[in-house]
Write a protein that binds this ligand. Structure first.
Ligand code: ADP
Ligand code: MG
Length: 245
């Protein structure tokens, strides 16, 4: 039996009159890599933001390690530290060096030991091939390098789960690969991840399971080999036909 890390029960979320997430039920086991696919506007980013506690929810529940992240009696900040999130736009601080960006959260929010954090930061930088850039400022880096730094910053918080929201969507094609390789490596190391991407080859290679969303509902859920060769719904077939992979 695999341990469940994340459990979502009947999650509902609207913006005004628009229902964006409609009865989402989902569990993720420790070490699982879930890729979420679906047309633009179907609710992928909202789902990730709800999991990270960045949105209010209308009803339902989200539990991490059996603790509800929307429980009023617990510190949202503590839960959120267990869940990392990497966005399309990096969100690095431009007045801080690479190493300062990476160490800020672990030292300020998590109150960890500076030497321990520095050692981990350097080890992670080495893993993504950027060990010689710790004193650079973000403006001195390419998009692909900035995104790898954003991933390192997230990893340095020692999260139990990382959410990736279209992290290569803004990158030039030649930089997409270097970022996807870092994520593939994390998958091999057993990191639990939810990934929203439009890179279909990558989705197939990295995932243990594919979730296909449409209109805020889970329309299809399958093993990648099954989803990409034999999607069950017309909606998923139409979606996949738009990609030549
Ligand atoms: P996706 O990431 O799949 O493209 P989103 O989760 O970003 O979709 O958005 C789902 C729907 O919710 C869209 O119709 C979008 O316009 C709407 N939406 C997202 N965020 C907000 C917001 N802050 N206020 C109002 N509507 C929003
Ligand atoms: Mg989105």
């Amino acid at each position: 039996m695999k341990d469940t890390l994340l459990r979502i029960r009947n999650l509902n979320k609207s913006f005004g009159e628009r229902k964006v997430l409609n009865g989402i039920d989902l569990s993720l086991y420790k070490g699982e890599v879930l890729v979420v696919l679906g047309p633009s506007g179907c609710g992928k980013s909202t789902l990730l933001r709800c999991i990270n506690g960045l949105e209010t929810i209308d009803s339902g529940d989200i539990l991490l390690d059996d603790t509800s992240i929307y429980d009023k009696n617990i510190q949202m900040r503590q839960v959120r530290q267990k869940i990392g999130m990497v966005f399309q736009s990096y969100d690095l601080f431009y007045h801080m060096t690479v190493i300062e960006n990476i160490m800020l959260g672990p030292i300020k929010s998590q109150k960890r030991d500076k030497q321990e954090v520095l050692a981990l930061a350097r080890e992670l930088l080495r893993k993504v091939g950027l060990e010689d850039r710790e004193n650079d400022y973000p403006r001195q880096l390419s998009g692909g390098q900035k995104q790898r730094i954003a991933i390192v910053r997230s990893l340095c918080m020692k999260p139990e789960l990382i959410l990736f929201d279209e992290v290569t969507a803004a990158l030039d094609p030649e930089m997409v690969r270097e970022v996807l390789e870092v994520i593939l490596d994390l998958a091999k190391q057993g990191m639990t991840m939810i990934i929203v991407t439009h890179e279909m080859h990558f989705a197939q290679a990295v995932s243990d399971r594919i979730l296909f969303l449409d209109n805020g509902k889970i329309v299809e859920e399958a093993k990648p080999a099954e989803f990409f060769t034999n999607p069950k719904t017309d909606r998923a077939k139409q979606f996949l036909n738009k990609f030549d992979y």
